[in-house]
Ligand binder design. Structure first.
Ligand code: FES
Length: 113
């Protein structure tokens, strides 16, 4: 079990928005995007689209999905599943915990265990 990383408060990310925790800060070497989904919950995926080199944090959140800004593949924020072409590979999920007002990221811990 990894040590959770404090990444700010729930007020730091508006609903429908995302923020990136750089790879050198989160310890995985890969940028991780934290999404505040339209169901009110927070989810984390590797920020780089599994199709090509695009930031999912720059995409569009709809419900509990994010659409890649480059070729419009969609990913499930809960499970990372690629929901439509051109992406066929799931995005890696990371567990996000809300502790009061604080957001905690568990890098490399799957959101759905
Ligand atoms: S780079 Fe994301 S769908 Fe192509």
């Amino acid at each position: 079990m990894s040590t959770p990383l404090s990444i700010g408060t729930v007020d730091d990310i508006e609903e429908g928005e995302a923020k990136v925790i750089p790879g050198d800060e989160n310890g995985t070497g890969n940028d991780i995007a934290i999404f505040h989904a339209e169901d009110g919950n927070f989810y984390a995926l590797d920020d780089t689209c599994t199709h090509e080199d695009a930031s999912l944090a720059d995409g569009w959140i709809e419900g509990t999905e994010v659409e890649c800004p480059v070729h419009s593949a969609k990913f499930c924020l809960k499970a990372g599943t690629a929901l439509c072409m051109p992406a066929t590979i799931a995005a890696r999920t990371h567990k996000v915990e809300v502790n009061g007002e604080e957001l905690l990221l568990h890098p490399n811990v799957d959101a759905i265990a």
